[in-house]
Design a protein around this ligand. Structure first.
Ligand code: FAD
Length: 522
């Protein structure tokens, strides 16, 4: 029989009394807002941030799971949209990725309606091979609504209709979101301290962080520290030297230049990602402005060229000077080290191609709650937290690499590099499985669903050689009628949906802002 031996320190089961959040960007305020709600004043929470250092502030597109976060905080969704100048998001349109001149969408939610034992996509593959299926987008309510600029929340009172299946997320101004969450967190007792962290003191006994020391000499002591200090990883890296696993050989883009421009109407309910010669450009429509950025690989294009390309491809007048950010894709070797949990950019970064960073903040917070420590800091709990974090990062990493690697583009050295680069074995296996019979296996609780993988693989030009043999159990005439029925129902549903602009006007129109704060401040 194996008996787990605990160190004397681990036997300390007294509760955490003081929690310190280092950093007040999106990660810091999301953590402070959620933890103050969950901990109900039993743990004193202090957040330290420096206005002089500022925030990254460019995280503006999300995925549907953020609704869960807002629900836990009991945020009113219309108020949240108004406060953050937000809009709705039904998916991401990818332009020029698989091949120049082609576009496809990764829409949220599922395709069609389930028919029998195999997924909808299998009947589509079968009928496509027979030349009797329309483009796959015609069987997705979110993709068709996006094309028509329409939006409404799911009509849960009609459970068998595609209108009940509308999965959505948001675009919002990250600076305003942090400010909004700050109000909620402070109302629940979070103490905010303005100041620059200049040093830390460590406990001699176990190397845990004891206190943050600010430039003016103030000491902020804590039992548990959350490092939300951004790329610099002030505690997790600069103090604890945890190490960083670099993924730039798989995700080679290492810079982004961002600039907001005047809002272009109509407001589209999706993010647009357009592939460029050595990277890609995002376009995120908000109520008060459009967020734009060019993510690029500095080995293949200069900063000046990337900036010029971005400015030449805006839909409206630029509203600020372009700002460049540098990063290395990858993850911290341990998300949680000693008494420091890193959340947000301090824990790692994968480019915003599928809007996953804010989601990773959310799941890190959820995981921290699941493994919330006592002052003994159990090593096995921390190890499990780190295992789950790694699993989540790696599966998202593979999904992002797919977009670059599965392409027919050969027009620039960057795309030739992406096409031919080595990819992780886990991704290769997924692509080979799909290429055979269109199957996707979702491992454990990995983020992206079978439908998400299917859309990107098809959209990037990976067409399976065959389909699931059991799709043949239903004959072609019946399958065709079924597909046509789904398509027609979706077409009619989209017709009754309101235009997104009108929906916002009726439910959550934001007041004009005197000056766009936060997001681009530095
Ligand atoms: P930061 O915003 O950098 O905040 C760090 C905080 O730490 C600040 O408050 C700072 O003042 C404080 N701090 C640092 N050092 C000190 C110190 N010494 N003393 C005191 N305080 C200090 N995510 C998405 O989900 N969707 C997107 O569309 C998206 N787009 C992105 C585009 C780009 C180009 C980049 C780079 C990121 C994008 N992200 C996106 C990621 C997203 O921006 C971040 O995940 C999110 O903003 C969280 O940042 P953060 O709070 O970890 O760090």
């Amino acid at each position: 029989m194996l008996i787990a031996v605990k160190t004397p320190a681990e036997l300390d089961s007294s509760p955490i009394r003081r929690l310190v959040v280092a950093g007040g960007g999106t990660a810091g305020w999301m953590a402070a807002a959620a933890l103050s709600k969950v901990l109900r004043g039993k743990v004193a929470i202090t957040l330290v941030e420096s206005e002089e250092i500022g925030t990254v502030g460019v995280g503006e597109a999300t995925i549907p799971m953020i609704q869960l976060f807002n629900k836990v905080l009991e945020l009113d969704e219309d108020e949240f949209i108004r406060e953050t100048q937000g809009t709705f998001k039904l998916g991401i349109e990818f332009v020029d990725w698989g091949r120049l001149g082609e576009r496809y969408m990764h829409g949220f939610g599922r395709f069609g309606q389930d028919l029998w034992t195999v997924p909808f996509e299998q009947y589509w593959l079968k009928m496509r091979a027979a030349g009797r299926a329309a483009d796959i987008e015609e069987y997705s309510i979110t993709r068709m609504a996006s094309k028509a600029n329409r939006f409404m929340r799911p009509a849960l009172d009609i459970p068998n209709s595609p209108l009940a299946d509308i999965a959505y997320a948001f675009h919002f101004d990250a600076g305003l979101y942090a400010r909004y969450l700050r109000r909620h967190a402070e109302a629940r007792g979070v103490q905010r301290i303005e100041g620059k962290i200049a040093d830390v003191t460590l406990r001699g006994s176990n190397g845990h962080i004891d206190a943050l020391v600010l430039e003016d000499g103030r000491r902020i002591e804590g039992d548990l520290f959350i490092d939300c200090s951004g790329f610099r990883g002030l505690l997790i890296e600069q103090v604890l030297k945890t190490g960083y696993e670099d993924w730039t050989h798989w995700l080679p883009c290492d810079r982004a230049v961002a600039v907001p421009c005047a809002t272009a109407l109509p407001l589209i309910p999706y993010t647009r990602s357009t592939a460029r010669t050595a990277g890609w450009q995002w376009r995120i429509p908000l109520q008060h402005r459009t967020g734009n950025g060019h993510v690029f690989c500095s080995r293949f294009i200069s900063e000046d060229e990337a900036t010029a390309m971005l400015l030449a491809n805006l839909d409206g007048e630029a509203m600020a000077e372009p700002r460049t950010l540098r990063f290395s894709t990858g993850m911290r070797k341990l998300g949680w080290n000693r008494n420091v949990v890193s959340i947000g950019l301090a824990s790692g970064f994968m480019e915003p191609l599928e809007s996953t960073s804010i989601h990773l903040i959310q799941t890190a917070i959820a995981r921290l709650i699941a493994f919330f420590p006592s002052r003994g800091f159990s090593a096995v709990d921390i190890a499990e937290y780190n295992r789950q974090t790694r699993f989540e990062f790696e599966r998202i990493r593979d999904f992002l690499i797919l977009h670059y690697h599965q392409t027919a583009r050969e027009d620039t050295p960057f795309w030739r590099h992406c096409r031919t680069m080595e990819i992780p074995q886990t991704l290769r296996a997924k692509m080979e499985l799909f290429a055979s019979h269109g199957r996707v296996v979702r491992i454990d609780n990995e983020l992206f669903s079978e439908v998400a993988w299917t859309q990107v693989m098809l959209g990037q030009g990976l067409m399976p050689r065959g389909h699931h043999p059991l799709a043949e159990v239903i004959d072609d005439t019946e399958t065709h009628a079924y597909l046509e029925g789904v398509r027609e129902v979706i077409r009619r549903c989209v017709e009754v949906m309101p235009d997104q602009g009108r929906f916002i006007e009726q439910h959550c129109k934001a007041p004009p802002l005197a000056k766009a704060p936060g997001a681009m401040a530095r």
